[in-house]
Ligand binder design. Structure first.
Ligand code: HEM
Length: 146
């Protein structure tokens, strides 16, 4: 009996240790991912962001001679993952990606504007827009003046 009790205790402890991991996964908040239109919506959003960037005289010079297909893919993955979607970002870290580029605070703000324009065009709600911007804003330290 004593052995059974200790066996049960071990089982319960194991269950308590493993449950939160599964529960966290099941409860993952993907509401922002869904508000952005899921994987397809995010890919279209990033495409329009890059079109807006190409139209923006203030920052388009940064994007000449780069692999734009790769940038589209990596940025889409990154936004999808940040928004709680089922994606994994497989690109380089932000410091490595932007070092030597001389991105200024004004450049960063211009890119944010380009994203806001794209989100307006996609009729993303203001609250979802603000949630995404709040996730991206802290990255400025890894991108600006590198
Ligand atoms: C929140 C803001 C930003 C985010 C989330 C972001 C994200 C990214 C990502 C995911 C990549 C691809 C990394 C890879 O290839 O593995 C990248 C590359 C790049 N980013 Fe940014 N970025 C931001 C701001 C900016 C700004 C403000 C500029 C310039 C105005 C910029 C210019 C570039 C360029 C030119 C590349 C391509 C580098 C290359 O392929 O050589 N980024 N960025």
């Amino acid at each position: 009996m004593k052995k059974l009790v200790s066996h049960c205790t071990a089982f319960v402890t194991l269950a308590m240790l493993t449950l939160p991991i599964g529960a966290a996964h099941a409860d993952q908040d993907d509401s922002l991912y869904r508000a952005l239109g899921g994987e397809q919506g995010i890919q279209q959003l990033v495409e329009d962001l890059l079109f807006n960037v190409a139209d923006d005289r203030r920052i388009r010079h940064h994007f000449v001679d780069i692999d734009i297909v790769r940038l589209h893919e990596k940025l889409s993955e990154q936004i999808c993952e940040l928004a709680g979607g089922p994606c994994e970002y497989t690109g380089d870290d932000m410091i490595k990606s932007h070092t030597g580029m001389g991105v200024t605070r004004a450049d960063f703000n211009a890119l944010v504007e380009a994203l806001q324009l794209a989100m307006d065009d996609h009729q993303i709600s203001i609250s979802a827009q603000n949630r995404l911007l709040a996730l991206l804003a802290p990255m400025h330290g890894e991108i600006v003046n590198r």
